[in-house]
Design a binder for this molecule. Sequence first.
Ligand code: PLP
Length: 419
Amino acid sequence: MTGSFTRRDGVLYAEDVALPAIAEAAGTPVYVNSAGGMRRQARALLDAFAGHDVRICYAVKANHHLAVLRLFAGMGLGMDTVSGGEIARALKAGCPPERIVFAGVAKDTDEMRLGLAQGIFQFNVESIEELRRLGQVASAMGRRAPVALRVNPDVAAGGHDKISTGKKGDKFGVPIEDASAILAEAATMAGIEPVGLHCHIGSQITELAPFEAAYRRVLEAFTAIREGGVELTRVDFGGGFGVRYQEPPKFTIADYARMVLRLTSGLGASVVLEPGRFLVAEQAVLVARAIYLKETATHRFLVLDAGMNTLIRPAMYGAWHDILPVVAKDGPLVPTEVVGPICESSDFFARGRPLPRMMEGDLVAIMQAGAYGSVMASDYNSRPGPAEVMVDGERFTVITPRRAVERQYEDETVPPWLE
Ligand code: PLP
């Protein structure tokens, strides 16, 4: 349990609000976000780099809710976006365009126009093809796009092969050895202002060594490119800092900051960071209600009203989340299959997890659900999407109501010839 979620008299609280009260008010399943916890994480990062030319851009993809974006924008963070939709959300939440980075492997022409018209801080470009397209679009608009080229430093990292992004053969970025030639071409384009290099080697990285290995390679290339005459001023190291799911990361954010500052001291360049998971993962829980306790000769299944459509991480990455009874229970711990109601056998949260005997109607909290949780929820099986709540001290607000079934099909049309 993090500082944001604690037990009082056997009942789990989000900050100063009891989770059963939230389940009552919002229904279940419900994601419960701790505003205080998110602020604490952001403050830790800002403090670790205080006094240095380091910009923290929250990776919107981790949780794109307007309330979350507003909270971070209000603390002075920038936003790392990967689509026109995320740029629109960041702007709507009050993030100034000059704090927005636009990354992502496939920006289309309309998205480029949006970023250029808004005058965003930086485009992280992932291929020569994208660079040329951006150059043409910017020239046609009479603009220059500030570009950091995403390089692939060929370093293995990340908590799972599906979230490792910096190896040769991954679709992201350009081979680091090609960066110099690409930026030399970029420098000749009227619509492009080459400003830096970018890398992001993966997510849920729990050791410092892969970061340092990748950053050293990026900085070597950075220096060589500068010596070749392209005036780069920024280095963007992406995100990827691991959080505690089952085991805590082997480094603290202060260790990470010291490493970054040591590598970049004297470089004369601004540093950009794009943390997502670190800021939000441990600051939300998913509260679900048990529909059935189904017992067979060999297994005990706890069937929840949340499923892989609510939180896909266990099904997609085999991810571990702590699972706790919201109201503490006595009795022996018995291996329990914690599953959802979706008609897929991959619809599970934990297998053989030691839990006390839960009953129909009991609430459980699936912990560390704040990153890549609610953003990936879907209406699969036409189950109403989860509600979302934000807690701040003693107050809370339902920031997304559960998506009623009628709203799920309100945009659908039956062709007149089927009527
Ligand atoms: N930056 C880029 C380019 C990414 O692709 C991602 C995640 O996929 C992030 C930042 C955020 O990563 P994390 O949430 O692990 O910090």
